[in-house]
Design a protein. Sequence first.
Length: 344
Amino acid sequence: MTECNQSTFGFKGVGSREIEARFDGGTISSDGGAFLLRETEQRLNLIARLSECFLDGRNQSFVEHSIAEMLSQRIYGLALGYEDLNDHEQLRTDRVFGILSGKRDLTEPLAGKSTLNRLELGTGVKDRYKKIIFRQEAVDELLVSVFIESHPQAPAEIVLDMDTTDLPLHGQQEGRFFHGYYDNYCYLPLYVFCGDHVLCARLREANHDAAFGCLPEIERIVKQIRAAWPEVRIILRGDSGFCRNQLMSWCESRDVDYVFGMARNKRLRKIIGKQMHEATLQWKQTGKPARVFTEFRHSTKKTNRSGWDRERRVAAKAEHIDGKENPRFIVTSLTGEDGRPGAL
């Protein structure tokens, strides 16, 4: 049998630098860049505060992994691209992850995939098999608190954006439904953003429309923000999926402005017929996209759940592009320069 006893291999240097390959590097990790993320997290103290949103019903005399440690392990894992819990069967012995998770004794492994799985499967309801319970209202409040703390002083105006997206499912998960728009079996989570800050992330089944459950979320977010910033102007923004009478009426009664997209239809197209004709003529003359803006008061004919209970202001863009019409409509409470059709 060949015996290899050479411990160092030399390579051609670069300038004045020598290049050597050796085998005495010890325990090595490829995730050292995560220490930069750790510095940011420690300034925010976010994970420690998140751990306070959980109730630990385990017998503490048998506990090896604290909630803060497990949350750190899982959150840093996700941030570094390790989405699958199975990855932690190897990561639990990674010294870098031990440091990231605040492990005092780095020779001891972190939590395994089964332990992390029990943490993630908690529903917020007491269960004999899931002793760790999260308090949803505390997590919700923390997201908004972090947003408020990011401002050294109260802003004059903020814009809250609501949106949904598909979360594709590839198995027989509970509550799976087929969504025609996304052409897939998925969940349909609701998000509320303000700039880069996430104020709400709510997992929902896909057998509901976009606006389902959004009003209670907006109510609590606006309440918490106004408690900190009583004078701030709040503008709520969303696509046509959120253009619902209940939501607009709530905004109007709470001094919250709104800008919502409207699904186009034949009636709206007829109202802007003159402007659409003008845009078409401009396109024929120049061969370039043509846009003509206008506004009008509008009310829906229906009085059911999708109908409006009052007349509202609609801004329209009569656009002709690439040889075809592309009209767009927005319903808004904004007026003056802020609500100018071309500025929305």
